[in-house]
Design a protein around this ligand. Sequence first.
Ligand code: AKG
Ligand code: FE2
Length: 268
Amino acid sequence: MPMTDEEKFRFDLTGFLVRPAILTPEEIASVRDQVYRIKHDPDSLPPEHRAMPGGAASVLIDHPKVIEVLHEIIGKDVRLEGSYCVWRKKGEMHGPLHGGGPQQADPIFGYRCLNGRIHAGMVRVVFELTEVRKGDGGTHFLVGSHKANFPMHTDHLSIEPGQRSEFLVSYDCPAGSAVFFTENLCHAGPVWQKEEPRVAVLNAYSHLATHWHRLSTPPEVLAALPREKQAYFREPWIADFRTKPATHNTIERFLDSDEPVIDTTHKP
Ligand SMILES: O=C(O)CCC(=O)C(=O)O
Ligand SMILES: [Fe+2]
Protein backbone atom coordinates (compact mmCIF):
# COMPACT_ATOMS: atom_id res chain seq x y z
CA MET A 1 0.00 0.00 0.00
CA PRO A 2 1.66 3.24 -1.12
CA MET A 3 0.30 5.48 1.62
CA THR A 4 -0.78 3.89 4.87
CA ASP A 5 -4.21 4.48 6.40
CA GLU A 6 -2.45 6.22 9.27
CA GLU A 7 -0.65 8.58 6.86
CA LYS A 8 -3.93 9.43 5.10
CA PHE A 9 -5.66 10.01 8.41
CA ARG A 10 -2.82 12.22 9.61
CA PHE A 11 -2.58 14.25 6.37
CA ASP A 12 -6.34 14.77 6.20
CA LEU A 13 -6.57 15.74 9.87
CA THR A 14 -3.58 18.06 10.07
CA GLY A 15 -2.77 19.08 6.48
CA PHE A 16 0.81 17.84 6.60
CA LEU A 17 2.82 14.62 6.71
CA VAL A 18 6.46 13.73 7.36
CA ARG A 19 8.11 10.76 5.68
CA PRO A 20 11.38 10.36 7.57
CA ALA A 21 14.71 9.44 5.98
CA ILE A 22 13.66 8.68 2.41
CA LEU A 23 17.01 9.79 0.96
CA THR A 24 20.30 7.87 1.16
CA PRO A 25 23.33 9.49 2.84
CA GLU A 26 24.92 9.83 -0.64
CA GLU A 27 21.85 11.61 -2.03
CA ILE A 28 21.77 13.96 0.97
CA ALA A 29 25.48 14.75 0.60
CA SER A 30 25.30 15.43 -3.14
CA VAL A 31 22.22 17.69 -2.96
CA ARG A 32 23.70 19.55 0.04
CA ASP A 33 26.91 20.11 -1.92
CA GLN A 34 24.90 21.47 -4.87
CA VAL A 35 22.85 23.81 -2.63
CA TYR A 36 26.06 25.05 -0.97
CA ARG A 37 27.59 25.84 -4.37
CA ILE A 38 24.42 27.51 -5.70
CA LYS A 39 24.35 29.83 -2.70
CA HIS A 40 28.09 30.43 -2.26
CA ASP A 41 30.02 29.46 -5.40
CA PRO A 42 27.69 29.08 -8.42
CA ASP A 43 30.54 29.35 -10.93
CA SER A 44 31.85 26.01 -9.67
CA LEU A 45 28.74 24.37 -11.20
CA PRO A 46 27.82 23.93 -14.86
CA PRO A 47 24.94 26.29 -15.82
CA GLU A 48 22.41 23.43 -15.96
CA HIS A 49 23.09 22.63 -12.27
CA ARG A 50 22.93 26.22 -10.99
CA ALA A 51 19.21 26.14 -10.24
CA MET A 52 16.71 23.68 -8.82
CA PRO A 53 15.72 21.03 -9.76
CA GLY A 54 18.73 20.33 -11.99
CA GLY A 55 21.84 18.33 -11.21
CA ALA A 56 21.95 16.24 -8.05
CA ALA A 57 18.58 17.67 -6.92
CA SER A 58 16.85 16.05 -9.89
CA VAL A 59 16.67 12.85 -7.83
CA LEU A 60 13.95 14.60 -5.81
CA ILE A 61 11.64 15.38 -8.77
CA ASP A 62 10.21 11.88 -9.07
CA HIS A 63 11.39 10.16 -5.91
CA PRO A 64 9.13 7.10 -5.56
CA LYS A 65 8.38 7.79 -1.87
CA VAL A 66 7.16 11.24 -2.90
CA ILE A 67 5.32 10.40 -6.10
CA GLU A 68 3.30 7.64 -4.43
CA VAL A 69 2.01 10.14 -1.87
CA LEU A 70 1.28 12.78 -4.54
CA HIS A 71 -0.72 10.24 -6.53
CA GLU A 72 -2.89 9.64 -3.45
CA ILE A 73 -3.37 13.26 -2.44
CA ILE A 74 -3.36 15.11 -5.79
CA GLY A 75 -4.18 12.43 -8.35
CA LYS A 76 -2.42 10.35 -10.97
CA ASP A 77 -1.58 13.35 -13.17
CA VAL A 78 0.95 15.53 -11.39
CA ARG A 79 3.28 18.28 -12.51
CA LEU A 80 6.06 20.21 -10.85
CA GLU A 81 5.22 23.90 -10.48
CA GLY A 82 8.57 25.02 -9.27
CA SER A 83 11.50 24.30 -7.02
CA TYR A 84 13.87 26.34 -4.89
CA CYS A 85 16.48 25.70 -2.24
CA VAL A 86 17.52 27.33 1.02
CA TRP A 87 20.75 27.49 2.99
CA ARG A 88 19.20 29.23 5.99
CA LYS A 89 21.58 30.49 8.66
CA LYS A 90 20.74 31.02 12.32
CA GLY A 91 18.59 34.16 12.61
CA GLU A 92 17.22 34.00 9.04
CA MET A 93 13.60 33.23 8.20
CA HIS A 94 11.22 32.68 5.28
CA GLY A 95 8.29 34.56 6.69
CA PRO A 96 5.19 34.72 8.89
CA LEU A 97 2.08 32.54 8.81
CA HIS A 98 0.30 32.62 5.44
CA GLY A 99 -2.38 30.62 3.59
CA GLY A 100 -5.25 28.66 5.03
CA GLY A 101 -8.96 29.24 5.46
CA PRO A 102 -11.57 29.99 2.82
CA GLN A 103 -9.03 29.82 -0.02
CA GLN A 104 -10.12 26.20 -0.02
CA ALA A 105 -12.80 27.33 -2.47
CA ASP A 106 -10.03 27.94 -5.00
CA PRO A 107 -9.37 24.82 -7.08
CA ILE A 108 -5.68 25.68 -7.33
CA PHE A 109 -5.15 25.42 -3.56
CA GLY A 110 -8.38 23.82 -2.46
CA TYR A 111 -8.46 20.82 -0.19
CA ARG A 112 -11.30 18.30 -0.40
CA CYS A 113 -11.84 14.73 0.66
CA LEU A 114 -14.67 12.93 -1.17
CA ASN A 115 -15.63 9.27 -1.51
CA GLY A 116 -12.61 8.15 0.47
CA ARG A 117 -10.16 10.10 -1.70
CA ILE A 118 -8.11 13.16 -0.91
CA HIS A 119 -8.06 15.88 -3.58
CA ALA A 120 -5.48 18.45 -2.54
CA GLY A 121 -4.59 21.43 -4.70
CA MET A 122 -0.98 22.51 -4.74
CA VAL A 123 1.22 20.44 -2.44
CA ARG A 124 4.61 21.61 -1.21
CA VAL A 125 7.28 19.01 -0.44
CA VAL A 126 10.14 20.18 1.77
CA PHE A 127 13.18 17.93 1.48
CA GLU A 128 15.02 18.52 4.74
CA LEU A 129 18.76 18.01 4.30
CA THR A 130 19.57 18.92 7.91
CA GLU A 131 18.20 17.21 11.00
CA VAL A 132 15.24 19.23 12.31
CA ARG A 133 13.96 19.19 15.90
CA LYS A 134 10.87 20.96 17.15
CA GLY A 135 12.12 24.35 18.28
CA ASP A 136 14.83 24.60 15.61
CA GLY A 137 12.60 26.65 13.29
CA GLY A 138 11.49 24.12 10.68
CA THR A 139 8.28 24.88 8.81
CA HIS A 140 5.37 25.47 11.22
CA PHE A 141 1.74 24.59 10.50
CA LEU A 142 -1.58 25.72 11.92
CA VAL A 143 -3.05 22.24 11.87
CA GLY A 144 -6.54 21.87 10.41
CA SER A 145 -6.48 25.32 8.81
CA HIS A 146 -6.57 23.75 5.31
CA LYS A 147 -10.24 23.03 6.07
CA ALA A 148 -11.04 26.20 8.01
CA ASN A 149 -14.19 28.00 6.89
CA PHE A 150 -13.44 31.34 8.49
CA PRO A 151 -10.51 33.65 7.76
CA MET A 152 -7.41 32.98 9.86
CA HIS A 153 -8.02 34.69 13.18
CA THR A 154 -5.33 37.13 14.28
CA ASP A 155 -5.20 35.47 17.74
CA HIS A 156 -3.67 32.46 15.99
CA LEU A 157 -1.25 34.18 13.63
CA SER A 158 1.73 34.96 15.86
CA ILE A 159 4.95 32.97 15.60
CA GLU A 160 6.52 34.86 18.53
CA PRO A 161 7.53 32.43 21.28
CA GLY A 162 4.98 32.64 24.09
CA GLN A 163 2.27 34.01 21.79
CA ARG A 164 1.85 31.01 19.53
CA SER A 165 -1.47 29.32 18.83
CA GLU A 166 -2.05 26.01 20.56
CA PHE A 167 -2.64 24.65 17.03
CA LEU A 168 0.76 25.72 15.70
CA VAL A 169 2.99 22.66 15.33
CA SER A 170 6.26 21.65 13.74
CA TYR A 171 8.10 18.31 13.49
CA ASP A 172 11.22 16.31 14.30
CA CYS A 173 12.95 14.54 11.42
CA PRO A 174 16.36 13.28 10.39
CA ALA A 175 18.18 14.72 7.39
CA GLY A 176 16.83 13.23 4.17
CA SER A 177 13.15 13.45 5.12
CA ALA A 178 10.22 14.74 3.06
CA VAL A 179 7.60 17.02 4.62
CA PHE A 180 4.39 17.28 2.57
CA PHE A 181 1.81 19.99 3.13
CA THR A 182 -1.18 21.30 1.25
CA GLU A 183 -0.61 24.94 0.27
CA ASN A 184 -4.03 25.58 1.72
CA LEU A 185 -2.63 24.93 5.17
CA CYS A 186 -1.65 28.07 7.06
CA HIS A 187 2.13 27.79 7.46
CA ALA A 188 5.28 29.76 8.24
CA GLY A 189 9.03 29.54 7.82
CA PRO A 190 10.11 31.01 11.15
CA VAL A 191 13.54 32.16 12.33
CA TRP A 192 16.09 29.32 12.16
CA GLN A 193 17.54 28.79 15.64
CA LYS A 194 20.43 26.36 15.15
CA GLU A 195 24.09 27.10 14.45
CA GLU A 196 24.02 24.46 11.72
CA PRO A 197 22.22 26.00 8.69
CA ARG A 198 18.90 24.61 7.51
CA VAL A 199 19.52 23.15 4.08
CA ALA A 200 16.35 22.26 2.22
CA VAL A 201 14.83 21.94 -1.23
CA LEU A 202 11.18 22.94 -1.64
CA ASN A 203 9.22 21.53 -4.58
CA ALA A 204 5.64 22.61 -5.37
CA TYR A 205 3.50 20.02 -7.14
CA SER A 206 0.07 20.49 -8.70
CA HIS A 207 -2.58 18.66 -10.63
CA LEU A 208 -1.62 18.47 -14.32
CA ALA A 209 -4.69 20.55 -15.20
CA THR A 210 -3.64 23.57 -13.15
CA HIS A 211 -0.84 26.05 -13.48
CA TRP A 212 -0.38 28.71 -10.80
CA HIS A 213 3.25 29.76 -10.94
CA ARG A 214 4.53 30.94 -14.26
CA LEU A 215 7.36 28.50 -14.63
CA SER A 216 10.72 30.08 -13.80
CA THR A 217 13.03 27.09 -14.10
CA PRO A 218 15.89 28.11 -16.44
CA PRO A 219 15.60 26.49 -19.89
CA GLU A 220 19.14 25.07 -19.69
CA VAL A 221 18.18 23.27 -16.45
CA LEU A 222 15.06 21.76 -18.06
CA ALA A 223 16.91 20.81 -21.24
CA ALA A 224 19.55 18.84 -19.30
CA LEU A 225 17.05 16.73 -17.33
CA PRO A 226 16.44 13.14 -18.40
CA ARG A 227 13.23 12.81 -20.41
CA GLU A 228 11.38 10.98 -17.59
CA LYS A 229 12.03 13.94 -15.28
CA GLN A 230 11.21 16.49 -17.99
CA ALA A 231 7.81 14.80 -18.04
CA TYR A 232 6.95 16.67 -14.81
CA PHE A 233 7.26 19.87 -16.85
CA ARG A 234 5.02 18.80 -19.72
CA GLU A 235 2.28 21.13 -20.90
CA PRO A 236 -0.62 21.50 -18.42
CA TRP A 237 -3.58 19.81 -20.11
CA ILE A 238 -5.43 16.54 -19.57
CA ALA A 239 -7.18 15.54 -22.80
CA ASP A 240 -6.97 16.35 -26.51
CA PHE A 241 -10.40 15.73 -28.08
CA ARG A 242 -9.21 16.29 -31.64
CA THR A 243 -8.33 12.60 -31.71
CA LYS A 244 -10.71 9.66 -31.33
CA PRO A 245 -10.43 8.34 -28.73
CA ALA A 246 -9.27 11.48 -26.92
CA THR A 247 -5.55 11.65 -26.20
CA HIS A 248 -4.62 11.73 -22.53
CA ASN A 249 -1.55 13.75 -21.54
CA THR A 250 0.13 10.92 -19.65
CA ILE A 251 3.82 10.60 -18.85
CA GLU A 252 3.95 7.59 -21.20
CA ARG A 253 2.61 9.69 -24.06
CA PHE A 254 5.15 12.43 -23.33
CA LEU A 255 7.98 9.87 -23.29
CA ASP A 256 6.86 8.42 -26.63
CA SER A 257 6.67 11.87 -28.23
CA ASP A 258 9.32 14.41 -29.10
CA GLU A 259 7.19 17.16 -27.58
CA PRO A 260 9.22 19.88 -25.85
CA VAL A 261 8.73 20.76 -22.20
CA ILE A 262 6.73 23.84 -21.33
CA ASP A 263 8.46 26.94 -22.71
CA THR A 264 10.34 28.98 -20.12
CA THR A 265 12.25 31.25 -22.45
CA HIS A 266 9.70 34.09 -22.22
CA LYS A 267 10.83 37.12 -20.24
CA PRO A 268 8.70 38.14 -17.20
O1 AKG B 1 10.74 28.13 4.69
C1 AKG B 1 9.79 27.49 5.17
O2 AKG B 1 9.91 26.77 6.16
C2 AKG B 1 8.42 27.62 4.54
C3 AKG B 1 8.47 27.96 3.09
C4 AKG B 1 7.15 28.40 2.53
O3 AKG B 1 6.34 29.00 3.17
C5 AKG B 1 6.81 28.06 1.14
O4 AKG B 1 7.69 27.63 0.37
O5 AKG B 1 5.63 28.20 0.74
FE1 FE2 C 1 4.51 29.31 1.91
